[in-house]
Design a protein around this ligand. Structure first.
Ligand code: AMP
Length: 178
């Protein structure tokens, strides 16, 4: 499946979750077996190129792609979670959203120091979420080898912000606008 064909499996929903946002919905890609397999294979190829030793996925859609990539490469998977979900003491980071704030948590014991971790999420917009996850992973002593996304919204500058923090970024598809 070509990337142009893959792109056609992403559903764009205008004005969700609020007016002016073009929501890039990957559930239509996930429900197509060929598109799902192609996305995972392509992300896994890129994670392998970055010599991943461990895959970290951001809740919730990063769990779907991240776990599949880990299985494809025979690697472990670590979840970067929303607050209050992990049953052990965590390290946490707060980050700003367009409206409001959010928080991510990680079990510091899940990542051996020095591990080359590849971070996976469905989409990068402003990059705030992936930068927060990078901060957490780095606090464990991990090396964030790359951040991989199914979709990049380049007009929002997230990929650029990650690169400015020395995180290589790769995405399968790009969509203009926000
Ligand atoms: P950001 O922190 O701004 O890079 O936002 C990335 C997170 O928000 C990802 O986990 C995405 O799932 C979600 N997200 C942000 N903007 C969109 C959008 N236009 N369509 C779908 N998901 C989005």
């Amino acid at each position: 499946m070509t990337l142009a064909e893959l792109e056609r499996h992403v559903r764009t929903v205008p004005d969700f979750p609020k007016p002016g946002i073009q929501f890039r919905d990957i559930t239509t890609l996930l429900s197509n077996g060929e598109a799902l397999a192609a996305s995972v294979a392509l992300l896994a190829e890129r994670a392998r190129a970055h010599q991943a030793e461990l895959i970290a996925g951001i809740e919730a859609r990063g769990f779907i792609f991240g776990t599949a990539v880990a299985v494809e490469l025979g690697l472990g998977f670590v979840p970067v979670r929303k607050p209050g979900k992990l049953p052990v003491p965590t390290i946490a980071v707060g980050y700003a959203l367009e409206y409001g704030a959010d928080r991510l948590e990680l079990d510091p014991g899940a990542v051996p120091p020095g591990t080359r971790v590849v971070l996976v999420d469905d989409l990068v917009a402003t990059g705030g979420t992936a930068l927060a996850a990078t901060d957490l992973l780095r606090r464990t002593g991990a090396h964030v080898a790359a951040a991989l996304f199914a979709i990049d919204l380049p007009d929002l500058g997230g990929a650029q912000r990650l690169r400015a923090e020395a995180v290589p970024v790769d995405a399968l598809m790009t969509f203009p606008g926000d």
